[in-house]
Design a protein around this ligand. Structure first.
Ligand code: AGP
Length: 610
């Protein structure tokens, strides 16, 4: 998730571009740049780091009088944050400059084709293919050239393009990633969202999928997906800036919960090939090394550790490899027994968590194969891993992770399928149906969000007065229960514990009395009946039970007090649906208790201290 802006008007463009980028910095902040049209020359200024870096570079380099320009603030997905990979990217002829937000899934094929035709690439980004494709498809008409180029792209994109032959104009188009426009006396503004434009006008045009806009100082001309000119009506936005940055949601946490379908789609689909196999960019274990693996150890902290717990069950089930999970702060001080045929997987949203980084270094020192599952490109952990698989969840602002956790779990599903395939444990047909089920996840998560949101908001009222809550589950449900309990505890400050449901009767059940609220997770069909028997145990001691399960188990949930139903899906992926109502439960309970949700007490987004 990056931020892009554009301006065409009567005033100098650069100040507007920098102002818009500052408003969009929450979308990505590892590098930034602008391009302006000075006569028939396009001038690009870009740099690694925050907008303030770019502003000082521009102040030192030029006071361009240009009144037309585009800009970008980056959240790296392809290519580490540096001056070369920063946007805008310029075409080989210099005629075009492009800024892009999204992921071009077929960029490797396009790049190979363009290189075979003599185009020279200077960056590691997927976006640079767009710049060269514009040169290749140039037919003298700015709009048709951008439309032809866009038609070759697979994946999500919002792009703004400058052309040296048309210095007074910008052309922009989108599919999957957002793009809005505003027209006022100062000129025409383009942005990834309304935050970049609101200070100038709250009359906003929303560009729909495959629509294109030709922008100049007087306004915008819109074209539909077939290239026919269309009229569009602006919407009036009443939000203030902070609400706009939250996309109209009250908190970043709720916005990020709602972004999970996109985060999963961006994380999963680029890794599933046209013939329904699984492929990773920076995974450096050979098939033979994978077949010779003897053990997997997953090491992480907090929610990332809980994602690892899901990985344990799925990798053991599919790839038949023994998987240990370990808390990094324990792993690094317990002298673990490791060997070169052990794959140590470390998981981290920030890529900077000190204990997890130390665990990785220990595994490297001991000659293990190491794999990092990380959300921040070129973070310390990503840079030190033998292999890295990035989650494409985009920047996560709320301290309580949601979409990054969901993307980590999705990467572990991909990895389990990949290891099983390389170890000859899945037939071509089984792998194809597995990847089909993975590609179906974003829509199923969207259905879960739509079905559960209002119900959980109501249920959260029951949790307001609570001092203690218990989450129980077996197998994958237990892994989800650990995350559900943390989501409630870390933002609502209610003491809550997660228990393997079968373990309750060995002591903890003594805490269960009349009125105790127990959340039972029972979506994983393999252990559904066993979990129902544990529900009977706590019910017999007077507990109130809120149970989460799938639609097909609806009639078998017997004596629970409150039912939350999620769609049926591949049972191995049940956690990805089951965790959604639990994230919402934590959120709405904390909101009802008036807690500071995005910045809970005593917590930091990334724990970089020892
Ligand atoms: C989860 O909501 C917390 N923010 C915390 O447990 C977090 O998961 C943990 O600190 C690990 O952070 P990381 O993924 O950035 O390494």
């Amino acid at each position: 998730m990056c931020g892009i802006v554009g301006y065409a008007g009567k005033n100098r463009a650069v100040p507007y571009l920098l102002e818009g980028l500052e408003k969009l910095e929450y979308r990505g902040y590892d590098s930034a740049g602008v391009a302006v049209a000075e006569g028939n020359t396009l001038r690009v200024t870009k740099t690694r780091g925050r907008i303030s870096n770019l502003a000082s570079l521009i102040a030192a380099e030029h006071q361009s009088p240009a009144t037309v320009g585009i800009g970008h603030t980056r959240w790296a997905t392809h290519g580490k944050p540096n001056d070369v990979n920063a946007h805008p990217h310029q075409s080989q002829s210099g005629r075009f400059c492009v800024v892009h937000n999204g992921i071009i899934e077929n960029y490797l094929q396009l790049k190979a084709q363009l290189q075979s035709e003599g185009y020279v690439f200077v960056s590691e980004t997927d976006t640079e293919v767009i710049a060269h494709l514009l040169d290749k498809t140039w037919d003298g008409d700015f709009v048709s050239t951008v439309r032809k180029t866009a038609a070759l792209l697979e994946g999500a994109y919002a792009i703004c393009v400058l052309c040296s032959d048309c210095p007074d104009q910008i052309v922009c188009t989108r599919w999957g990633s957002p793009l809005v426009l505003g027209v006022c006396g100062e000129g025409t503004f383009i942005g990834s969202d309304v935050t970049a434009i609101l200070r100038h006008t709250n009359e906003i045009y929303y560009l729909d999928g495959h629509e294109t806009a030709l922008v100049d100082a007087k306004g915008a001309t819109f074209f539909d997906k077939d290239g026919a000119a269309i009229e569009k009506q602006p919407k009036t936005i009443e939000w203030n800036l902070s609400a706009a940055q939250k996309g109209g949601y009250e908190h970043f946490m709720l916005k990020e919960i709602m972004e999970q379908p996109r985060a999963i789609a961006d994380t999963v689909s680029p890794r599933i090939t046209a013939d329904k196999t699984i492929a990773f960019e920076d995974f450096h274990l050979s098939d033979d090394e994978i077949r010779r693996l003897r053990r997997v150890t997953i090491v992480a902290c907090g929610s990332a550790y809980h994602a690892g717990a899901v990985g344990k069950y799925v990798i053991e089930k599919l790839a038949r490899l023994p998987v240990e999970i370990d808390i990094a702060s324990e792993f690094r001080y317990r002298a673990p027994v490791l060997a070169p045929d052990t794959l140590v997987i470390v998981i981290s949203q920030s890529g900077e968590t000190a204990d997890t980084l130390a665990a990785l270094r220990l595994a490297n020192e001991q000659g293990c194969k190491t794999l990092c599952i990380v959300n921040v490109v070129s973070s310390s952990i990503a840079n030190e891993g033998g292999s890295v698989i990035y989650t494409h969840a985009g920047p996560e602002i709320a301290v309580a992770t949601t979409k990054a956790y969901a993307a980590q779990v999705a990467v572990l599903y991909l990895l389990a399928g990949y290891l099983a395939d390389k170890r000859g444990l899945l037939s071509k047909a089984q792998l194809a149906s597995y990847t089909d089920d993975l590609l179906a996840l974003p829509d199923l998560i969207q259905k879960t969000l739509d079905d559960c949101n209002a119900q959980i908001k109501a249920f959260a009222q029951m949790f307001i007065p609570l001092e203690h809550a218990y989450f129980i589950g077996r197998n994958l449900d237990y892994a989800c229960a650990m995350e559900a309990s943390l989501k409630l505890k870390e933002i609502s400050y209610i003491h809550s514990e997660a228990y393997a449901a079968g373990e309750l009767k060995h002591g903890t059940i003594s805490l269960i009395e009349k009125g105790t609220l127990v959340v039972a997770l029972a979506a994983y069909s393999d252990v559904f009946q066993k979990t129902m028997s544990n529900i009977k145990e706590v019910k017999a001691r007077g507990a109130r039970v809120l149970a989460v399960s799938t639609e097909r188990h609806m009639d078998a949930m017997g004596e629970v007090d409150y039912k939350v139903l999620i769609p049926d899906a591949n049972p191995l992926f049940s956690v990805s649906l089951e965790v959604v109502p639990m994230q919402l439960l934590g959120y709405y309970t904390a909101r009802a208790r008036g807690c500071d949700i995005d910045k809970p007490r005593n917590l930091a987004k990334s724990v970089t201290v020892e």
